[in-house]
Write a protein that binds this ligand. Structure first.
Ligand code: BG6
Ligand code: MG
Ligand code: MG
Length: 206
């Protein structure tokens, strides 16, 4: 019996992956190499600094920490530029309806995201008020597949792991939920989310 629902943001509630991709690609172009959509798959669910490390590895480049901090900052400015134009038309299908139904049933709703821009995005989508707890990249220090983000969200809902169901589109996120002892609804392709309890294509299916 589910008492709490914990949602990943990107790929579950909104498709911001395309804006992350455009911002990373433009940073790679500045550095003189091509960054493809296939490369971008490796960044899904991964923290900003870890994403930069993967990107630089793809480009075969090395920089010191200060230079990397400046690059991550530059990428984020471009990303924020894109997402500042987001509106609720970019909510993925079924999100508003499903969250509304959970609310009616008295189920706790939390966000469990790696992004430091999560609150900004929820505000743009006008769904901040639906969440009882928001746990994001500013709150937690250990990135998925570490369970910290979901454990914190569960605690903030005042629940136990066995009461919570996690909705995730990234392999690292499914692993994090599993490590937290929670049930997982995978969003995407069965092959990629083999560890999930069930896999659906989106919240509109529920
Ligand atoms: C995750 C995304 O939600 O947040 C990753 O799936 C992203 O692609 C990560 O790198 C960190 O986001 P931000 O907004 O803090 O750079
Ligand atoms: Mg995601
Ligand atoms: Mg995420």
């Amino acid at each position: 019996h589910m008492k709490g629902a914990i949602f990943d943001l990107d790929g579950v509630i909104v498709n911001t992956a395309k804006y992350h991709y455009l911002a990373w690609r433009s940073l790679a172009a500045d550095l003189g190499f091509e960054f493809t959509e296939a490369h971008n798959e490796r960044l899904k669910g991964v923290s900003r600094m870890r994403s930069l490390d993967i990107l630089l590895e793809i480009g075969g480049l090395e920089f010191d920490e200060a230079e990397k901090a400046a690059m991550a900052e530059r990428k984020n400015r471009r990303y924020v530029d894109y997402i500042s134009r987001l509106d609720d038309s970019e909510l993925l299908p079924g999100v508003r309806e499903y969250l509304g139904r959970l609310k009616e049933r008295g189920i706790g709703i939390a966000l469990g995201s790696a992004s430091k821009n999560a609150v900004f995005i929820l505000d743009k989508l006008k769904i901040t008020g639906l969440f009882d707890a928001v746990v994001d990249g500013n709150t937690v220090s250990r990135a998925k597949p570490d369970p910290e983000v979901f454990q914190t969200a569960c605690r903030r809902l005042g629940l136990q792991p066995a009461d919570c169901v996690v909705f995730e589109d990234a392999e690292a996120g499914v692993a994090a939920a599993r490590a937290a002892g929670m049930r997982v609804v995978g969003i995407g392709k069965r092959e990629m989310l083999a560890e999930a309890d069930v896999v659906i294509t989106g919240l509109h299916e529920l």
